[in-house]
Design a protein around this ligand. Structure first.
Ligand SMILES: NC(=O)c1ccc[n+]([C@@H]2O[C@H](COP(=O)([O-])OP(=O)(O)OC[C@H]3O[C@@H](n4cnc5c(N)ncnc54)[C@H](O)[C@@H]3O)[C@@H](O)[C@H]2O)c1
Ligand SMILES: O=c1ccn([C@@H]2O[C@H](COP(=O)(O)OP(=O)(O)O[C@H]3O[C@H](CO)[C@@H](O)[C@H](O)[C@H]3O)[C@@H](O)[C@H]2O)c(=O)[nH]1
Length: 483
């Protein structure tokens, strides 16, 4: 069995540029396979590809090896970055697409047997090749669609004000078993190397099939995502009185999501570009998962002009980043940003209501919940002892520890990069008006306000109203910032 897992980015030139998936790496890999594979080998297409790619692989093999027989299966990968091993060991499902011929079904059965070594049989689905290829694109598009839907709601909450809180809405609708609680976390939008390219690929297919309304429907998911991050940048500029000149902006979080060092198509990249055009004194960037030189290389690719680029500084720790900043923008959901002195729960007013001045829980319902949480924890830890190991054959090797002078860790070493943000200290280090723009709703907004920060989260109608009242300002904003 030969697995093809090469990259399939969006085409950047020629027909379909900006939409169609570029399958040239699959094509090249298939040629390599054609050169070396034993007759009868099963070729497993693991890359995310447009419908019909398995047939292309089959045609290439037939062209180069007309005498030999190969089966081509579609077996899309569903793992998410940061949880790859967990997703591999405990997948929701395994999808195997084959041709409906006897040899196709036999090949599918052979691959099923491989997975059956650790995946329960009912979770291994065998379907036809085209459905399998399409299912992968649809799965990613629908996950992204949920994020855009809740982000669209967050925009409405902010506009409504009056305490409308998107986190409360996520909680409320997620309890409906038909909707479920996952992928309802509002934020500055989704990034990464997969969602955008797969939506574009699905929309391109719809357009090719002359289904323009369908294509536009899927593309709206991306439009909401772009609007979400632009709205975030507009809000930063707007709250800083319409101009960033002379101000330092700290960016906490550069990777497209927590638990990875992947910066491909990160929301931070787009936001830094937009903020840089406002000519701030400095944009300081820090990410606990990403080597500073990698951040810099990625920013150099954004296409900032020389003047803009000179204003960007990549930092080795949060202190250096927030020092003298007028505003902090949190763009990735790293736990380190929640802070030493703040609760682990997000910035919802619902979570805050239970805290008194000394931080003790007063609400009996919340107290009850913590008791239940402790019981849950106990139950989980018991289950874990009984649960099968993630590595029953002992084949996974732990990563060797990082050397002291590791270039990936940078100047301050890994410890500095991993340090929790101390918001009390940050308050002293920052400049007025000490804004925190919480693009992932992860910090405790009330506690930060108590420390003297002005805080703006995503989809927090109430906080916007409070902030305005606190300032007692009826300042008129430039027209373009009002839109
Ligand atoms: N990254 C993810 O979390 C994820 C999850 C599910 C599916 N996918 C899909 O998996 C595929 C790969 O994604 P990725 O993120 O690993 O991409 P990647 O760019 O990180 O890795 C692709 C690798 O393929 C290699 N490669 C390219 N052409 C080759 C050739 N002809 N022969 C041998 N090697 C070749 C590249 O050198 C590179 O190491 C894509 O189709 C992607 O959509 C990715
Ligand atoms: O409620 C949510 C969940 C995620 N995100 C953002 O969405 C992006 C993507 O997150 P996630 O899906 O967890 O990471 P990926 O590694 O991109 O994984 C997706 O893309 C992979 C590649 O195709 C698929 O295999 C996975 O199933 C699919 O989840 C990140 O920027 C997240 O911050 C949100 O904003 N809100």
């Amino acid at each position: 069995m030969i697995f093809i897992c090469v990259n399939t980015p969006t085409k950047t030139h020629g027909i379909g540029a900006g939409f169609m998936a570029d399958v040239s790496a699959v094509e090249t890999a298939t040629r390599t396979v054609a050169k070396h594979a034993k007759s009868g080998a099963i070729i497993v297409e693991k890359s995310t590809v447009p419908c019909g790619t398995a047939r292309m692989i089959h045609d290439i093999l037939r062209y180069f090896r007309p005498e030999d027989k190969f089966e081509v299966l579609s077996n899309p990968e569903f793992l998410a970055e940061g949880t790859a091993i967990e997703n591999l060991m405990h997948p929701d499902r395994i999808l195997i697409g084959s041709s409906p011929t006897l040899s196709g079904l036999q090949a599918a059965a052979a691959l099923k047997k491989v997975y059956a070594a650790w995946v329960p049989i009912p979770q291994i689905l065998t379907i036809n090749t085209f459905s399998s290829e399409l299912a992968k694109l649809v799965a990613n598009t629908m996950l992204a669609q949920r994020i855009s839907s809740i982000n669209a709601v967050s925009a409405m909450c902010e506009a409504i004000g009056l305490g409308a809180d998107v986190e409360d809405i996520s909680l409320a609708i997620g309890k409906d078993v038909r909707l479920g609680p996952k992928f309802l976390r509002a934020g500055v939008g989704f990034g990464g190397s997969c969602f955008e390219k797969d939506i574009l690929s699905l929309a391109y297919l719809a357009r090719e099939l002359h289904l323009d309304v369908v294509a536009d429907y899927w593309l709206a998911v991306l439009r909401v995502n772009e609007d979400q991050r632009r709205r975030f940048t507009r809000n930063v500029v707007r709250e800083l009185n319409g101009s960033l000149r002379g101000k330092k902006i700290a960016i906490l979080g550069f990777t497209f999501k927590e638990g990875t060092n992947d910066t491909r198509n990160s929301i931070a990249v787009h936001i830094i570009k937009e903020l840089a055009s406002e000519m701030p004194r400095e944009i300081a960037v820090f990410d606990p998962g990403c080597a500073p030189h990698e951040i810099l290389e990625e920013i150099q690719r954004i296409g900032l002009n020389k003047d803009e680029m000179e204003r960007v500084r990549v930092c080795y720790g949060w202190r250096e980043c927030v020092q003298q900043a007028s505003a902090v923008c949190i763009l990735t959901q790293w736990r380190q940003f929640r802070g030493q002195h703040l609760g682990a729960t997000a910035g919802s007013s619902r979570n805050m209501a239970m805290l008194t001045d000394d931080g003790l829980a007063t609400d009996t319902q919340e107290a009850c919940i913590s008791e239940m949480a402790i019981r849950d924890l106990e139950r989980l830890s018991r289950q874990q002892v009984e649960a099968p190991s993630d590595d029953p054959l002992g084949r996974l090797k732990p990563l060797p520890p990082c050397p002291k002078d590791c270039s990936q860790c940078g100047r301050g070493g890994r410890e500095q990069a991993q340090e929790m943000v101390n918001w009390v200290e940050a308050a002293d280090m920052m400049q007025e008006p000490r804004w925190v723009f919480d693009g992932r709703n992860i910090v405790n907004h009330l506690e930060l306000q108590r420390l003297g920060f002005r805080v703006r989260g995503i989809g927090k109608g109430q906080i916007l109203e409070n902030t305005r009242e606190n300032r007692g300002s009826s300042r008129k904003l430039p027209k373009e910032l009002e839109t």
